[in-house]
Write a protein that binds this ligand. Structure first.
Ligand code: TIU
Length: 224
């Protein structure tokens, strides 16, 4: 299957491709979570939910593997380096009690994926202590066991956890595509720069396209 992308068409076989949705959690998208405690306007991120939901439905209908990640720490914070917890000047730190439970802690209400994109049976849910999806998670091994060679990315935020995960994936040999309308940043200029730098130099990190282009390709699998 081939879809229009930049800097040139992206080719993939859905049987060997996973849709990877990065950290679509209440902690980043809703008020009162980690994103807001860092001083961000979280309302910007909601805008990508409908496009991401449409892609997720189409990908599920096509039978493709779905991977959801969550930035999450253990309740005892043993996987949270003090350097990460102390960074910046947040109103609430990782592990502190907030309106949606303890900030960025596994199992808390705020740490869950938003209802609109909730995982279903058979999908991989990866809790990650870092910004990248491959650090300290075993994700590479899980993907290799399933014969996955291509990864299609959406999620938040573009220049932090999405970009870090794409770079980790690229270094591990995956062909990566970023869906521009299914990713967002608290800083529009950082999203734009990230999209540009990913596809620069002949797709140095990966390709970029849109959810609509992916859905169109999935709707006509025999045409590709
Ligand atoms: N702060 C910010 O932009 N992002 C993060 O801390 N984590 C993710 O991107 N998921």
């Amino acid at each position: 299957m081939k879809i229009n992308a930049q800097p040139f068409a992206y080719e993939f076989d859905p049987a060997h491709t996973a849709l990877v949705l990065i950290d679509m959690q209440r902690d980043f998208i809703e008020p009162g979570g980690f994103g807001e405690t860092l001083g961000n306007n979280v309302s910007l991120l909601e805008a990508i939910v409908p496009a991401t939901q449409a892609v997720l439905s189409a990908w599920r209908a096509a039978g493709g593997l779905v991977v959801h990640t969550r930035e999450a720490h253990r309740p005892d914070l043993s996987d949270c380096p003090p350097a990460k917890r102390n960074r910046g000047n947040p109103r609430l730190r990782i592990g502190d009690a907030g309106p949606m439970g303890r900030i960025l802690i596994a199992g808390e209400p705020g740490n869950q994926i938003i209802d609109a994109l909730a995982p279903v049976a058979g999908e991989l849910v990866i809790d990650k202590p870092g910004k990248g999806a491959f650090y300290a998670t075993g994700l590479h091994e899980l993907l290799q066991a399933r014969g996955i060679t291509h990864l299609i990315f959406g999620g938040v935020t573009t220049e932090v956890c999405v970009q870090t995960s794409m770079r980790e994936a690229n270094d591990r040999g995956y062909d990566c595509l970023l869906l521009e309308d299914c990713t967002e940043s608290y800083f529009p200029q950082f999203k734009a720069a990230t999209v540009d730098m990913i596809r620069a130099q002949g797709a140095i990190v990966g390709w970029t396209s849109t959810g609509a282009a992916l859905r169109a390709a999935l709707a006509e699998p025999l045409a590709a």
